[in-house]
Design a protein around this ligand. Structure first.
Ligand SMILES: [Zn+2]
Length: 205
């Protein structure tokens, strides 16, 4: 039961600070308050190039310009996911739920011998990443984060290529291009483990 004092005027209180005053620090914290898991390590400590790390950051805070976000701002947007043409597009759909992009996950996670990390009804890419990397030995975790960053970046570029350039490739072609990019990353940073097996024995591609 709350007693209201009719003589006290209404005022706006920022509930994320004990003082009731807005601060950018508390706003930042509030941004993640509804998330089950948030870890910055797999985003910023991977060996991926900075632009890809930044992309992963935008994914984690849901700031990519996918159809759901465009629609909420009243902006023109595709009706459905351009990759599968079945569901509404969101960044989590593209990265974890789309039946098309899951092919790339399947190939790659098999290839790096992490099939136990395959996506199963996981609604959030970032949550999946935070939980899956804990199944990986600590010594290999940074490499795993790097591979996952590359996969997400590859799917995002493929989506953009289809929307903005009307160019479509098979997932086999996409995977091969991804493997080539991985070799470039590795030549620039020898700390990246040799986990680029798409051309290896037992490869599906
Ligand atoms: Zn889709």
């Amino acid at each position: 039961m709350v007693d209201l004092d009719p003589t006290t005027p209404d005022s706006i209180i920022w509930k994320w600070e004990s003082s009731g005053q807005y601060s950018s620090k508390s706003a930042y914290k509030a941004l993640f308050s509804g998330r089950v898991t948030f870890l910055s390590t797999p985003i910023w400590k991977s060996l991926a190039p900075p632009r890809c790390c930044f992309f992963l950051w935008l994914v984690a805070i849901n700031r990519c310009w996918t159809a759901d976000r465009l629609r909420s701002r009243g902006l023109p947007h595709p009706d459905r996911c351009v990759l599968c043409d079945q569901y509404e597009e969101s960044i989590d759909h593209i990265l974890v739920a789309c039946p098309e992009s899951r092919q790339l996950w399947w190939w790659t996670l098999q290839a790096i011998r992490s099939p136990n990390c395959l996506l199963v009804n996981e609604p959030s890419f970032h949550n999946w990443l935070c939980e899956s990397r804990m199944k990986i030995g600590e010594r290999h975790r940074r490499g795993f984060d790097t591979v996952v960053t590359l996969m997400a970046w590859t799917i995002w570029k493929e989506r953009n290529n289809q929307i903005f350039n009307q160019q479509q490739r098979s997932w086999t072609e996409v995977a091969k291009a991804m493997a080539e990019e991985a070799m470039l990353w590795k030549s620039a940073n020898h700390g990246i483990p040799a986990v680029w097996p798409l051309r290896g024995r037992g490869s599906q591609i």
